[in-house]
Design a protein around this ligand. Structure first.
Ligand code: NAD
Length: 408
């Protein structure tokens, strides 16, 4: 399973099915620039270790390259290639004036001390200095990168609009923490409305209890949806009555280290199951919010949901997508469902450049409007051309990219 192969396959399939100009598809199957560097780091004990780092700039027709930086041992050229293409598509779907980029360092940040992590980040920034900037390429946090790390990049570069996802003290935006999870639920509510379904009383299962999964579960509960299953990397917790206070679980998990221990600490009656139980739970809505390729050909038949809200990037393989679509399951695709994060990143970039500070209410209200507008654009294309929501989201993005393509 290679994410770049999956990303290429998806783009080609949609291009053929929706009769998109093949020259456009072929351009989008390439990247504008690949930056690959070896970063030598002097460790605290005086020894040296070298790490591979990448920044892939996919496309900038609609604006500066934009996308996260991931610190993870699995970071590879192919992973970053897929993620940067998805950013181009996503930014066009949510209609922010950005292109697509992505980067990362192949490192397990948990093995480094904080000063080592800061030196590594600053050294990567120096390698990128001529390629990034508020009008060129604007990185952001992704897996294992934080607001504090973005602050080091901004400081090394010398302009805080060069990155988004910063802490509030460093010029971050209110609402960025909630943005991806909440944005996903705004998209879900838009789709439910179009189906004439009220959220109250529906049931949901959320895989992944990190930033995205927790805020999505929180807003689901606040919207009247019963969240019956939640999982982290160790277990699934299941309660037929639903979990009601998600933020209390977040606090208890931070204190105890796992969801299984958190429910004990809070005296919540529920069943503790194995980690993958969440995927097969009988629910109305399943939201994968952990890592890529959680749903594959092998486990897709065990899925027992009517709607899948793809909060993670690339949480299912193209084969699984086909099997689930054929079974009549509605899939709200990642390029739409998790675009709330980059929408609020755009608000941050805008506020930094215009010396404005918005309230959380302002940012989230705007996000809700923007998510619902994109949902309605995607639904209209899906209905008109008889396409799945994923295909329709790609068509929307490809049309917007074609409009922005420089005329030679
Ligand atoms: P995170 O690191 O905060 O959380 C990920 C969670 O998934 C962790 O709780 C981890 O324990 C859990 N997990 C890992 N493997 C698991 C497994 N096998 N089963 C169940 N849980 C497992 O990351 P995040 O920021 O919440 O991102 C989650 C996903 O959403 C990623 O795919 C990321 O690329 C995507 N995403 C994030 C944002 C954002 O703004 N944070 C924006 C768009 C997309």
């Amino acid at each position: 399973m290679n994410p770049w192969k999956n990303a290429q396959q998806m783009l080609k399939q949609v291009g053929e099915k929706a009769n998109i100009n093949s020259d456009l598809i072929n351009i989008l199957l390439t990247h504008d620039r690949k930056i690959e560097v070896d970063l030598p780091l002097t460790l605290d004990d005086g020894s040296t270790k070298t790490f591979k780092a990448y920044r892939l700039q996919h496309n900038n027709w609609r604006g500066p390259y934009k996308g996260g930086l991931r610190y993870h041992p699995q970071v590879s050229e192919d992973e970053v290639k897929a993620l940067s293409l998805w950013m181009t598509i996503k930014n066009a779907v949510i209609d922010v004036p950005f292109g697509g980029g992505k980067g990362g360092i192949s490192v397990d940040p948990k093995t480094l001390s904080k000063p080592e992590l800061e030196r590594l980040t600053r050294s990567f920034t120096r390698e990128l200095v001529e390629f990034i900037g508020p009008d060129k390429d604007v990185p952001a946090p992704d897996v294992n990168t934080t607001g504090e790390i973005m602050g080091w990049i901004a400081d090394e570069f010398g302009d805080n609009a060069v990155v988004t996802g910063k802490t509030l003290e460093d010029g971050g935006s209110q609402g960025r923490t909630e943005a991806t999870g909440y944005g996903g639920v705004y998209a879900l509510l838009g789709v439910l409305e179009s189906m004439g379904i009220k959220p109250a009383g529906l049931t949901a299962a959320v895989q992944g209890f990190g930033n995205v999964g927790t805020y999505a579960a929180d807003l689901m509960v606040k919207s009247g949806i019963k969240v019956v299953a939640l999982s982290d990397s160790k277990n699934t917790i299941y309660s037929i009555d639903g979990f009601t206070d998600i933020m209390a679980l977040v606090e208890a998990k931070a204190k105890t280290g796992s969801l299984a221990k958190a429910v004990k600490e809070l005296n919540i009656k529920c069943e503790v199951k194995d980690v993958n139980y969440v995927l097969g739970t009988k629910v109305d809505i399943l939201a994968p919010a952990a890592l890529e390729m959680a749903i594959t050909k092998e486990n897709s038949n065990s899925i027992n949901a009517k709607i899948i809200l793809e909060l993670a990037n690339g949480p299912m393989t193209p084969e699984a997508d086909k099997i689930l679509t054929d079974r009549g399951i509605t899939i709200i695709p990642d390029v739409l469902a998790n675009s709330g994060g980059v929408a609020v990143s755009y608000y941050e970039w805008y506020q930094n450049r215009h010396k404005e500070t918005w309230t959380k209410e302002q940012a989230l209200k705007k996000l809700e409007g923007q998510m619902k507008a994109s949902v309605s654009d995607v639904l209209a294309i899906s209905k008109k051309l008889k396409l799945t929501l994923r295909e329709a989201a790609y068509v929307l993005a490809l049309n917007r990219l074609a409009e922005a393509q420089p005329k030679k």
